[in-house]
Design a protein around this ligand. Structure first.
Ligand code: PHE
Length: 346
């Protein structure tokens, strides 16, 4: 009987099958149970001996049953473990990571290079008053920059009854910054104390009615202003040279000033650079506008042209980014094509 039970148990491969097999021996209608019941018909002596024998077999069957139960449970656990196995040595799945826009990276670099030369970084509104964008900067009433063909206007008037504009350049930020420093400057002069030069750059978005491979209706500028008692074009030139060498990571470049015109500077100069090696070698590239701040503008800043001289400049971080990375079409920066943008990931 024990051998038959062991064979039955071994044949059971699932817990319900094992329970069925158990019932055939130990259940109410099982073989062992039947034998125990049959003991009642024996006389006491024989019952005792037979009973003891049946109990030995019964216990052996029970322990065979338990062994098989354990074996099935272990097999089930093994199966689960191998089915749910994790290979902790596999490399993880990468999550796609965002990155800074190439123009943002350039602006951050421009800020840090000018920062290292003692320039503060200023900010200002993108929607400007007519006075800040034009009048303070000596733009005549009939200057083309004021026309609707060049500047975006907002359908709302400022306190002088003139429409607000989307600033067409970052220059209004130099007006705001200078005006915020003028009183301290004047007070220091009055007290015979030195006042530190005003040195600031102001990067930001600018807007013009224009769109082609090198113009976008929204683009960026970085404004620069340096005002003091004793500043010269020479100082401006050395700042430019250091800046462009740092920005393009090469000492192999030349710089020249080319006479130009802006209403807010006199004299005015375009700044050109030329690399002596690399793909752009030997070509003069226009990279900034600059000039000595016009006396009228110095007055609008709240400074006196008699005792303060200022130099201003403006450059395009979009264009600097194009030159640095060899991008030909400015509009690529603003089409949000991730394949293009991801190629700049730092
Ligand atoms: N604001 C000028 C422009 O938009 C650039 C400039 C800034 C030129 C400061 C001279 C001085 O083109």
């Amino acid at each position: 009987l024990l051998d038959a039970a062991r064979a039955d148990f071994a044949a059971a491969t699932t817990p319900p099958q094992l329970e069925d097999a158990k019932a055939r021996y130990l259940g109410k209608a099982g073989a062992i149970t039947a034998q125990l019941k049959a003991l009642g018909g024996l006389d006491p002596e024989a019952r005792k001996a037979a009973g003891a024998g049946i109990n030995v077999v019964k216990q052996a069957i029970e322990s065979a049953l338990n062994e098989r139960r354990d074996a099935l449970a272990r097999a089930a656990l093994d199966a689960r473990l191998s089915a749910e196995a994790l290979d902790v040595t596999l490399p993880g799945r990468r999550r796609p990571r965002g990155g800074l826009h190439p123009v943002s990276m350039s602006i951050a670099r421009i800020e840090s290079i000018f920062g290292s030369m003692g320039f503060d970084v200023a900010d200002g509104p993108e929607i400007e008053t007519d006075w800040m964008s034009f009048t303070a900067l000596n733009n005549p009433e009939n200057h083309p920059a004021r026309s609707m063909q060049d500047t975006f206007y907002v359908d709302m008037n400022d306190s002088e009854g003139r429409p607000y504009n989307l600033r067409p350049h970052t220059s209004p930020m130099q007006v705001r910054y200078a005006r915020a420093h003028a009183q301290k400057h004047a007070a220091a002069l009055q007290a015979g104390q030195p006042f530190p030069d005003v040195r600031v750059i102001a990067p930001g978005r600018t807007y013009r009615v224009d769109s082609d491979a090198t113009h976008s209706p929204m683009f960026h500028q970085v404004e620069g202003l340096w005002m003091g008692q004793d500043v010269s074009f020479q100082d401006l030139k050395s700042v430019f040279l250091q800046f462009f060498q740092a920005f393009f990571e090469t000492e192999d470049l030349q710089l020249r000033f080319r006479p130009s015109f802006f209403p807010f500077t006199e004299p005015s100069a375009e700044v050109d650079i030329a690399f002596s090696s690399g793909p752009l070698k030997g070509r003069w590239l226009e990279v900034a506008g600059s000039g000595q701040v016009h006396p009228n503008v110095v007055r609008h800043f709240g400074f006196e042209p008699e005792n303060t001289i200022g130099f201003a400049f403006g450059m395009g971080p979009d264009r600097l980014t194009m030159l640095r990375y060899g991008v030909n079409d400015l509009r690529q920066f603003y089409e949000s094509d991730l394949r293009f943008l991801a190629s700049f990931a730092a």
